[in-house]
Design a protein around this ligand. Sequence first.
Ligand code: ZN
Length: 238
Amino acid sequence: MAIAIFSDIHANLAALDVAYSYLKNQGISTIYSLGDIVDYGPRPNECVDFVRKHCTVSLMGNHDHAIIGGTDIRYFNVYAQQSVLWTRQHLFKSHREYLATLPFVHQEGDVHYVHSTPLHPEEWDYILSEADANYYFKYTPHRLIFIGHSHYPVIFSAEEGMLPPKSLTLRADDRYIINVGSVGQPRDGDPRLCFVVFHPDALEVEYVRLEYDIDKTASEIREAGLPEYLANRLYRGV
Ligand code: ZN
């Protein structure tokens, strides 16, 4: 079995459509979402609809949490604040109610899934460096932790430190924190959408990068009256 792990879709339907077509072609039907389905992008209803329909596991992200009033948006930057207000206005009530039901974590054996960090996920801290990763290796028991949140794909190994986001066969005697990157708003300088396909039996992690119609999402962002910066950054992958 293979599990596609999406994070940070951020209401970017054009990107999500391409990711889903790829999975259909590969015969992969199990999809997990690590949160931040909405905000920044112009198509929140369609993206929540997709996750409700297709994702077996669906976790809470800080932006989903902000929409339902759970996270204080005073700490968000001005673009995020504007987009939270826009999304609150446009998201269907039933979708908002769905976001309110999302759990923060999901555990399967020794594999842990979470949007931000495995300790106090509701505080929305980031795991960006080897030092950050080592802290979580020390204070959590999980052998394998899949995260999103920073929109920056990267692998942290307890034995080997920071590794590039390339396909990798995991060692059975090592521990890993794997950031799956972002489907809807990559920030590692590569504008292509990003997600991971995990093969639990073979212990393989595969990064998928695909081009999508950025023009489409960018023009929808402008039409929606969302900040121009949110359209612009998609082309630069920042
Ligand atoms: Zn995000």
